[in-house]
Design a binder for this molecule. Structure first.
Ligand code: NAD
Length: 257
C-alpha cells in the first residue's frame, strides 16, 4: 500500500496564495490529488494553478475570504460541483496580529479571531458534511508553537495570535472526538518558525529573536518548508487513520527545552 498516493483524493487548501498553504498545495499535487486552492488574492492563486498545471497536476482556484460565511459556503458548493466530493481539508489561512492585550484594539482582536478561529470553524462546518457523505475525511488545522510557547519581549508579543492558535487546539480536539465515528480524523500542526510572507519581514528581520530562537532550538535553525509539508501529507493520508485530535509540533524540538 502506498500511503502517500492521493490519486482520486480531493484536497482543499485554504490560504493557498502564499507560504505554507502554497507549498502544501504543491505537495498534494505532487502526490496526485485534485487540489482546490483558496484565498482572497485570485491573481496569486491563478499563478499557482498555472504552475501546477504546467507540472501536470489537477488544480482549480476559488476566491474565498474565510471571514465570510457566504464565501466559504459558496466555495464548498463550487468545489463539490467541480470535483464531486471533498476528502482533505487543510485549514491554513491565518494572520498574526502583533501586540499585547493592552495595545491591540478590539477590532484587531476580532479580526484575528475571525480569520484564525471562526474561519476554521466555518470551513469545518461546511466541508465536514461533505466528508460524512463518504464516511471519509482528513482535516488538518494550523495552530503554532505559539499555542504553547509565548514571548515576553514587548516587541514580539502577539496575544491575539496566541489565543487564536490555542483555540485551534481546542477546536481540533473537540471536533476530533465527535467525528472519528464518521471516518474523519482531525489533527492540527504546530509549526515552529518557517520563512513565509508572515514571518520574513517580521521575525526573520528581528536579530534578537532569531538569535534566541536558534540558540534555544535543538535544531539550531528555523525549519525548511519541506520539513513541514511531510507532516501535513502524513496527517492527510491513510497512514494517520488512527491518529486524531493531536497537536503535532513541527518545531525542531524548541518546545522540549
Ligand atoms: N510561518 C511560520 O513560521 C508559521 C508558524 C506557525 C504557524 N503558522 C501558521 O501557518 C499558516 C500559514 O501562514 P504562512 O506562514 O504561510 O503565512 P502567509 O502569510 O504566507 O500565509 C497566510 C495565508 O492565509 C491567507 N489568508 C489570510 N487571511 C485570509 C482570509 N481572510 N481569507 C482567506 N485567506 C486568508 C493569506 O492570503 C495566505 O495565503 C497561518 O495560519 C500561520 O499562523 C506559520
Amino acid at each position: 500500500m502506498n500511503f502517500f498516493d492521493f490519486t482520486d483524493k480531493v484536497a482543499v487548501v485554504f490560504g493557498a496564495s502564499s507560504g505554507i498553504g502554497k507549498a502544501a498545495a504543491l505537495g498534494y499535487g505532487d502526490s496526485g490529488a485534485k487540489v482546490a486552492v483558496l484565498a482572497r488574492r485570485k491573481e496569486k492563486l491563478d499563478d499557482l494553478v498555472k504552475e501546477m498545471h504546467d507540472k501536470g497536476y489537477i488544480a482549480t482556484a476559488f476566491e474565498c475570504d474565510v471571514t465570510s460565511e457566504d464565501s466559504i459556503k459558496n466555495a464548498a458548493k463550487e468545489i463539490v460541483e467541480k470535483y464531486g466530493k471533498i476528502d482533505i481539508l487543510f485549514n491554513n489561512a491565518g494572520i498574526a496580529v502583533p501586540g499585547s492585550i493592552e495595545n491591540i484594539t478590539v477590532e484587531q482582536w476580532n479580526k484575528s479571531m475571525n480569520t484564525n478561529v471562526r474561519g476554521a470553524y466555518m470551513t469545518m462546518k461546511y466541508l465536514i458534511p461533505e466528508m460524512k457523505k463518504n464516511h471519509y475525511g482528513k482535516v488538518i488545522n494550523t495552530a503554532s508553537v505559539n499555542a504553547v510557547l509565548f514571548d515576553k519581549n514587548e516587541d514580539l508579543v502577539r496575544h491575539a495570535y496566541n489565543v487564536s492558535k490555542s483555540a485551534m487546539v481546542g477546536l481540533t480536539k473537540a471536533a476530533a472526538a465527535t467525528y472519528m465515528k464518521d471516518g474523519i480524523t482531525i489533527n492540527t500542526i504546530g509549526p515552529g518558525l518557517f520563512e513565509t510572507e508572515m514571518t520574513e519581514g517580521t521575525l526573520f528581520k528581528h536579530e534578537g529573536f532569531m538569535k534566541a530562537y536558534n540558540a534555544s532550538n535543538p535544531a539550531g535553525r528555523p525549519g525548511k518548508m519541506e520539513e513541514l509539508i511531510g507532516t501535513i501529507m502524513y496527517l492527510s493520508s491513510d497512514a494517520s487513520n488512527y491518529v486524531t485530535g493531536q497537536l503535532i509540533l513541527v518545531d525542531g524540538g524548541i518546545t522540549l527545552v
